[in-house]
Design a protein around this ligand. Structure first.
Ligand code: KIV
Ligand code: ZN
Length: 386
């Protein structure tokens, strides 16, 4: 089995489905360029049949980006597939991603179709997509809640029709990790032609389990993960790209597989997506939150200053921060205080240092964070006092 996991970024498609996150063509192009620098394998650039604007931006991205595959989403309908084929014509490696729902609730309440009808439509859609490219992805929407026997049948039929990637979405974020991992393993074991396709997962975050479910799928043979920058996406969002990538990289000892992502581009890309989408990143967000590499307590600061790995499992620099950060506050100790003064070029004798440290602690009791200006004012006071 391949030891590389493909990263399929859907920030521009599912991410844009976050209520309030719609982006214009120019913003989408900026994000596509950032994703190419990040070296994502596949950029899902949009849903060409959704609107003229979406068609135009998928086309513009397909015409320009060269180092990532460009994908367009299409319902299992001729017009959608033809639209995607047309929008992607200029891509260096175009992918058409066609989908239809397979769970009983979607068949009954939404599609009002039988299983046989859905299977026939999926097969026809995949075959039509193959007229445009040999890089065709089929998604069984709501696969997480689909009857296992029927899902096996759908996957087998889609592969026979020419799908090269089979995506198993947990559309409503209902799955839990072990069960979802088992589902991927079951499909790989039971579907007779499963070795002819790459298995992919697309997990939503309704229970906060999108990343865990994606990783469980990788443990069970999935070799593509669909995700978004900052975890943007419909409702509670999708699996966060930065978390999936850094979990695989940091715990390579466990997973034994990696991605080709240029991780130093993670933070700049996250910032761009936050600005463009208007969705700010929470401070305590893993990897890209302002506090992800910030240490406040004296014990932690002392540990990190002595040896970084005491409290850091990856470096801030490896994901694109300029450095980790010691937050000076009431919990900080002498080591962090002295280090920051040295970094600011301040030299105090021991007596001045102790007096300044005492006044720093008193200030920190009144003020949540002590900034460099505060420190310099304290130092100035101390030095001019003598
Ligand atoms: O969540 C989902 O099922 C989707 C599909 C279109 C892959 O976004
Ligand atoms: Zn989705």
């Amino acid at each position: 089995m391949a030891d590389r996991v493909l990263i399929f970024d859907t920030t521009l498609r599912d991410g844009e489905q976050s209520p309030g996150a719609s982006m214009n063509a120019d913003e989408k192009m900026q994000i596509a360029r950032a994703l190419e620098r990040l070296r994502v394998d596949v950029i899902e650039a949009g849903f060409p049949s959704a609107s003229k604007g979406d068609f135009a931006s998928v086309k513009a991205i397909a015409d320009e980006i060269r180092d990532s595959q460009i994908c367009g989403l299409a319902r299992a309908r001729e017009a959608d597939i033809d639209g995607a084929g047309e929008a992607l014509a200029g891509a260096s490696d175009p992918r058409i991603h066609t989908f239809i729902a397979t769970s009983d609730i979607h068949l009954r309440a939404k599609l009002k179709m039988s299983r046989d009808e859905v299977q026939d439509i999926a097969v026809a859609a995949v075959k039509r997509a193959r007229r445009y490219t040999d890089n065709v992805e089929f998604s069984a929407e709501d696969a997480g809640r689909t009857d296992s026997d029927f899902l096996c049948r759908m996957v087998e039929a889609a592969i026979d029709a020419g799908a090269t990637t089979i995506n198993i979405p947990d559309t409503v974020g209902y799955a839990i990790p072990q069960e979802f991992g088992d589902r991927i393993r079951m499909l790989r074991e039971r579907v007779p032609n499963s070795d002819r396709a790459t298995f992919s997962v697309h997990c939503h975050n309704d229970l906060g389990l999108a990343v865990s479910n994606s990783l469980a799928a990788v443990e069970n043979g999935a070799r593509q993960v669909e995700c978004t920058v900052n975890g943007l996406g419909e409702r509670a969002g999708n699996a966060a790209m930065e978390e999936v990538v850094m979990a695989l990289r940091t715990r390579a000892d466990h997973f034994g597989v990696d991605t080709r992502i240029e991780t130093t581009e993670i933070v700049p890309t996250s910032r761009l997506v936050a600005t463009v989408s208007g969705f700010a990143v929470q401070n305590n967000k893993a990897i890209v939150g302002a506090n992800a590499f910030a240490h406040e307590s004296g014990i932690h600061q002392d540990g990190v200053l002595k040896e970084r790995e005491t409290y850091e499992i990856m470096t801030a620099e490896s994901v694109g921060w300029s450095r980790n950060r010691m937050v000076l506050g009431k919990l900080s100790g002498r080591n962090a205080f002295r280090t920051r003064l040295q970094e600011l070029g301040v030299h105090l004798d021991e007596q001045q240092f102790e007096a300044t440290f005492e006044r720093f602690k008193a200030l920190a009791d009144r003020k949540r964070e002590i900034f460099d200006e505060d420190l310099l004012a304290l130092v100035n006071d101390e030095v001019t006092r003598i």
